[in-house]
Design a binder for this molecule. Structure first.
Ligand code: SIN
Ligand code: FE2
Length: 216
């Protein structure tokens, strides 16, 4: 185990292509756990994780919060970005420089220059939570990529095509992996399979996902 730990934290990273203009930056953030966990805990103090309702009246199994100029909200009126957190009725917490820089750096590694995320969504998945196939299409600017950071227990990320019925590939994502999609695949369907019970020191039996977007 010691050898594996050293290997991962010695900056051993690699890039995998998973679709048109979509890559996984493997292990890019595996040595940033302490600062990331402190930052998320700080955001959570200001804007708690909550389970949103979909327009159809279902409760999402992943809990969500966020920071930045815009937060993503869902209620009986549908999905949209909002400058105000409906729970606190305050603006979302400012996006910490640490997160902005991580989002921008990961985009650059994937070939997207000058990515300026103004929305950072944080999802928390307890065991059995999932995210159904969907497109990220509430953002104003589809030339900007989506940067998606996986932390905590592993998950299976599903990545499909432009149509809901397109075949999906199963992409295992673990702590420190970053998926970036844009260009041809910016509007491709994606989701997360139900989280299997397991443990990771980052957040116990939960998975945390951070996505960076240009929303406004
Ligand atoms: C999302 O599509 O918004 C989240 C993806 C993930 O949790 O990996
Ligand atoms: Fe998404």
């Amino acid at each position: 185990m010691d050898d594996l730990f050293d290997f991962i934290n010695n900056g051993e990273t690699w890039v995998e292509s998973i679709s048109d203009d979509a890559v996984v930056l493997r292990q890019f953030l595996s040595n940033r756990s302490a600062e990331l966990s402190a930052t998320i805990k700080d955001i959570e103090q200001q804007a708690p994780f909550r389970h949103m309702k979909t327009a159809g009246g279902f409760t999402m199994s992943a809990a969500i919060t966020g920071c930045g100029d815009y937060g993503w909200i869902s209620d009986r009126r549908g999905y949209r970005y909002s400058k105000v957190d409906p729970i606190t009725e305050q603006p979302w917490p400012e996006m910490p420089k640490l997160l902005f820089d991580i989002g921008q750096q990961c985009a650059l590694e994937a070939g997207y220059k000058d990515f300026k995320p103004d929305a950072c969504l944080i999802n928390r998945y307890a065991p059995k939570s999932k995210m159904s196939l969907h497109q990220d299409k509430d953002e104003k600017d589809f030339t900007a990529p989506i940067v998606s950071v996986s932390l905590g227990v592993p998950a299976t990320f599903l990545f499909g095509g432009a149509q809901r019925s397109d075949k999906t590939i199963k992409v295992p994502v673990s702590h420190g992996d970053v998926v970036v999609w844009g260009g041809e695949s910016r509007l491709f369907f994606h989701g997360v399979s139900p989280i299997k019970p397991s443990y990771h020191p980052f957040w116990g039996d939960n998975r945390i996902n951070i996505t960076f977007r240009t929303a406004g």
